[in-house]
Design a protein around this ligand. Structure first.
Ligand SMILES: NC(=O)c1ccc[n+]([C@@H]2O[C@H](COP(=O)([O-])OP(=O)(O)OC[C@H]3O[C@@H](n4cnc5c(N)ncnc54)[C@H](O)[C@@H]3O)[C@@H](O)[C@H]2O)c1
Length: 364
């Protein structure tokens, strides 16, 4: 990724008030991008968007992607060259509680973003953020490649598969790579899995729940303590989305397709292992309890094969899991002790940019 590419680049980001969106906004700000964000107001208290002062250094618009008129007007006013679409209802449990709202934001919201791109001259590069959950999960050990079958049982996962199909249709119907010279828009999707990092206060996510229990000295209630998941720092897929957006803008439609951005399999660990490691790093233990309440179905082990992104985009993970967890604890301590969360976030972004790719062979 070339940070000079982003200097003064006009970027339109949906979902900038969320967890990934706040890290992305600060990263883009640090590279000098002219950034406009469009999202609902933060829905957690606290929120990274507020504690890191993300709105300082960008144009922040509070709006609904279900409102095509207002979204399109905001995008046209911003005149972006790059559009990154992250806004979504991202929680599986919430999608069971509100399937209609989840499909409205995640599917029609994606239609509205792509329709707004059609109405906005000058856009060259569009990245739609979906999820590893867009794949039909066969509950097996092999990783899913970009050409694996889409699926998703719960409404969230299914809505992400639908948003992949929406992006596919817009690419074939309006932004066809073969007609790139006519329309000038390259549209791709990015599929990543569970991310962790400082400043996540979302409901029902392991690391925020574990850190909250540690800080309060409460027991930690776990739904699936023995479940193995691939874990990655939030900066890893963002690095992928930005590298992809840059390549779409500089190389045209050659990369206008779907891309996986997952961790190496060395980052697969059980939920219980992650909790124990966080306790070690924090310096306190937390009693673990099994959740005895009703647990809606959630897909089990799911892994994506990112060899295409490594071979073609030159993207690769940079942090091993120990470093990832250490950075999260460092970030949380800064916030916990009243330190400067914006400065810590920017410092971790800079450290990440300065790191070489992680070589698993040397880590084994
Ligand atoms: N966090 C993860 O582990 C993870 C994993 C895979 C994919 N993703 C995807 O990454 C993206 C960002 O997720 P996140 O973890 O930062 O979630 P988040 O809940 O922290 O942020 C979601 C953002 O979307 C915005 N939003 C939601 N509905 C909206 C609407 N109708 N109109 C305008 N804005 C709306 C919110 O205001 C917020 O800014 C999502 O597309 C999510 O599906 C996240």
């Amino acid at each position: 990724m070339n940070s000079d590419f982003w200097k003064n680049r006009r970027v339109f980001l949906t979902g900038h008030t969320g967890f990934k969106g706040s890290w992305t906004s600060l990263w883009l700000q640090s590279m000098g991008a002219e950034l406009t964000g469009y999202s609902l107001a933060p829905n957690t208290e606290p929120a990274l968007f507020d504690v890191a002062g993300v709105a300082n250094g960008m144009t922040s618009i509070i709006g609904d992607i279900c409102d095509l008129k207002s979204l399109s007007a905001a995008m046209q006013a911003a005149r972006p060259e790059v559009v990154i679409h992250m806004a979504a209802q991202p929680l599986v449990r919430e999608s069971y509680a509100d399937p209609v709202g989840t499909y409205a934001s995640n599917v029609m919201g994606t239609v509205n973003v792509l329709e707004s791109v059609r109405q906005t001259p000058g856009v060259r590069s569009v990245v739609v953020v979906t999820s590893d959950k867009c794949y039909l999960n066969r509950e097996w050990h092999w990783a899913y490649r970009e050409d694996s079958e889409l699926g998703g049982e719960d409404p969230y996962s299914n809505s992400k598969a639908c948003s992949e199909l929406v992006a596919y249709s817009y690419r074939k119907s309006f932004f066809h790579p073969a007609k790139y010279a006519e329309h000038g828009v390259a549209l791709a999707t990015g599929r990543a899995g569970n991310v962790i990092g400082g400043g996540d206060w979302a409901k029902d996510r392991l690391v925020p729940d574990a850190l909250a229990a540690l800080k309060a000295g409460n027991p930690l209630v776990l739904r699936h303590p023995h479940a193995t998941r691939p874990w990655q720092h939030v900066l890893e897929p963002i690095y992928g989305y930005l590298a992809l957006a840059e390549s779409l803008a500089t190389e045209g439609a050659d990369h206008a397709e779907a891309w996986n951005f997952g961790p190496y399999e060395f980052s697969d660990r059980t939920v219980g292992w992650i909790v124990d490691k966080l306790c070690d790093l924090w310096g306190l233990a937390v009693p673990k309890q099994q959740d005895t309440g009703p647990i809606p179905h959630e897909a089990g082990y799911l892994k994506v094969d990112s060899s295409k992104a490594r071979a073609v985009l030159g993207w690769a993970p940079k942090l091993d899991l120990d470093t990832t967890l250490r950075w999260i604890v460092e970030w949380t301590r800064v916030h916990h002790t009243g330190g400067d969360a914006r400065a810590e976030t920017l410092s971790q972004i800079q450290r990440f940019m300065d790191l070489p790719h992680w070589q698993p062979s040397s880590a084994c």
